[in-house]
Design a protein around this ligand. Structure first.
Ligand SMILES: Cc1cc2nc3c(=O)[nH]c(=O)nc-3n(C[C@H](O)[C@H](O)[C@H](O)COP(=O)(O)OP(=O)(O)OC[C@H]3O[C@@H](n4cnc5c(N)ncnc54)[C@H](O)[C@@H]3O)c2cc1C
Length: 345
């Protein structure tokens, strides 16, 4: 069992639209610290399955740690999807779900900076958390571009209207309805957001929307390292199951000596050259943090203090984070004979 998995009961279920529900969780006092989170982070929920025991799915927190008493996630039905439909059909008040502690790097660096938030459909979930946090707990201004199929599918319409009424000078909302204007394309997005390109950008939405918005931002000259994106996808691995001890391509004769700082302890271990760091830590029974093991979630981020490493894939870390030595344990291979790693993030 993953040491970051806990059972939480559902305190409230809110029907947001015809195909989206919010689950508000009750966090007992003894877990309050473990379920502390930053705006933009997500929870991973275990959904039972008669086919394989369970599947794991990530859902962004739509609540704000700064103004909402309890954490909440908002789940939209995916056509023919398994877990989202199970949750929408089965989750009820007092249901007990197994959930991993909050994770994720789609988090604003400061609540006092101006932000441009771009979301489509259920991509609003982490974005509303960031918007509420900046407006209610920070001093930044918020521009929100929010695309939806039609008026009935706008999740959090009421909350957004209330925020716009409360902060008329700090929140500017740009709604885009496809039933009226078609799918938003690069030109139109560029025109809408051009006054906000000096801001940090947070982008979350389906692939088509994300591609068009990225193209618009790049055309407007927004630097890559000022754009954070969150891509929704279903996990293939199941972090609720015991990690498989299978080592990928290991050659024990060509091991690096690794010094690893984790949870206040320092470990010295052999790290075979072809094996990702996370695999070797889990194989040795060390309780390293992880969720997706696919480079997407950023949960296993750690620092390379000395020595050389390389990553197989990086979908989470920005250039400036790589420059200061951050790496994803699930993708990191050793390059030098000694490497010093710290889980200090
Ligand atoms: C960081 C992050 C944040 C996210 N935040 C949100 C959010 O806030 N809101 C939101 O709505 N979504 C969010 N998502 C997306 C979410 O995690 C799921 O990808 C989405 O809900 C679709 O999952 P699904 O199981 O319904 O659909 P699919 O994954 O498309 O379902 C099909 C899959 O389920 C399998 N399957 C079918 N039947 C069964 C069965 N009986 N047992 C086991 N497996 C079966 C199939 O083999 C197939 O692999 C987020 C994703 C990420 C990575």
């Amino acid at each position: 069992m993953n040491s970051r998995a806990h059972t939480l009961s559902v305190f409230e279920v809110i029907k947001e639209t015809a195909d989206a529900v919010t689950l508000v969780f009750d966090v007992p006092a003894e877990l309050a610290e473990r379920f502390g989170y930053s705006p933009g982070q997500f929870l991973t929920v275990e959904v039972p399955s008669e086919r394989c025991g369970s599947v794991a799915r990530c859902y962004s927190l739509s609540s704000s740690p700064h103004c909402d008493r309890r954490p909440a996630v908002t789940v939209k039905r995916t056509a023919d999807g398994y877990a989202s439909n199970w949750i929408c059909d089965n989750a009820a008040v007092n249901s007990v779900l197994t959930v991993l502690e909050p994770a994720g790097a789609f988090v604003p660096g400061s609540l006092d900076r101006d932000v441009l938030l771009c979301a489509a459909g259920s991509g609003i979930t982490p974005v509303i958390s960031i918007a509420k946090s900046v407006l209610l707990a920070g001093t930044g201004n918020v521009a929100l571009l929010y695309a939806n199929r039609d008026i009935g599918s706008v999740i959090f319409a009421g909350q957004i209207d209330a925020l716009a009424a409360k902060f008329p000078d700090r929140l500017h909302v740009l709604h885009w309805l496809e039933e009226e204007r078609g799918l938003p394309a690069t030109d139109a997005i560029a025109q809408l957001v051009q006054s906000y390109v000096d801001r940090d950008v947070y982008l979350c939405g389906p692939a088509g929307f994300a591609t068009q918005t990225m193209a618009a931002l790049i055309r407007l000259g927004v630097a890559d390292d000022r754009i954070r994106t969150e891509a929704y996808r279903s996990l293939e691995a199941n972090p609720f199951l015991a990690p498989s001890a299978a080592l990928r391509a290991s050659n024990p004769n060509s091991a690096t000596i690794a010094t690893v700082e984790l949870d206040g302890q320092t470990y010295e271990l052999d790290w075979p050259k072809g094996t990702p760091l996370l695999d070797i830590l889990l194989t040795k029974g060390l309780d390293a943090p992880y969720v997706c093991r696919e480079s997407a979630c950023g949960t296993c981020v750690c620092s390379v203090r000395s020595g050389r490493t390389r990553m197989l894939l990086n979908e989470s870390l920005l250039d400036e984070e790589l420059e200061v030595g951050l790496t994803l344990a699930c993708q990191t291979l050793p390059e030098s004979d000694r490497v010093h790693i710290a889980f200090d993030q």
